[in-house]
Design a protein around this ligand. Structure first.
Ligand code: SF4
Length: 203
């Protein structure tokens, strides 16, 4: 039996594609959910801190870039290209972001077979020659997943450009018309909650 909060738990967008999330899910969400600190607080009607982990510890403080990266990977996982476009437009998303296993946004999109996101990230100068900590490129991950369209697009990009052309990618500037308020709108909680399609106050 799975936790009744699985469809809305705020831990998920926070951890996005982090490998550790799979372990939390297996151990707590699909198993001992009654032992989960988030679940316990929720059933007691108490507020559940966004950074509270199932084992009762707090997620280590993260930089703004790390939080924004989690939001980006979450959007990729949920195949939300319009939101990803918006994140790039406001300067929230960074193509060079990675999660703990070295996965880049391009690798994540290739792994999931989201060719439209692969296309968009390549347009943002995402480097298809980068490798994760296991030594895999986005192309290799797309091949492993059997995502032919992603394979074709990534292969074409690698044929058309050399690795050196990606060495000094020009970071995308926020649009001149974007206000400071727009950029500030990328704050941690608001963005993570925006990513969460469920509006419950607790997990
Ligand atoms: S409350 Fe705990 S067990 Fe339930 S979905 Fe969230 S993390 Fe998993």
């Amino acid at each position: 039996m799975s936790c009744s909060h699985s469809s809305s738990c705020e831990l998920y967008p926070l951890m996005a594609m982090e490998p550790a999330l799979k372990l939390w899910k297996q151990h707590y969400c699909e198993g001992n959910f009654e032992k989960c600190a988030r679940y316990v607080l929720s059933t007691e009607g108490k507020p559940v801190p966004l950074t509270l982990l199932p084992n009762g510890k707090q997620l280590a403080p993260r930089s703004k870039d790390e939080i924004n990266a989690a939001a980006l990977f979450n959007a990729i996982q949920k195949h939300r290209l319009p939101l990803i476009r918006s994140m790039y437009k406001t300067g929230v998303a960074k193509t060079e972001a990675t999660i703990s296993d070295g996965t880049t946004p391009l690798m994540a999109a290739a792994t999931l077979g989201h060719v439209d996101i692969v296309e968009f990230l390549l347009e943002q100068n995402a480097n298809p020659f980068r490798r994760n900590k296991a030594g895999q490129t986005a192309l290799e991950l797309a091949k492993a997943g059997g995502h032919a369209e992603c394979v074709a697009r990534l292969d074409a990009a690698m044929q058309a450009h050399s690795p050196e052309e990606y060495d000094s990618p020009a970071p995308r500037e926020a649009n001149a018309g974007d206000s400071a308020e727009d950029r500030e709108g990328s704050s941690i909680v608001s963005f993570l909650r925006k990513l969460n399609p469920f509006k419950t106050a607790t997990s």
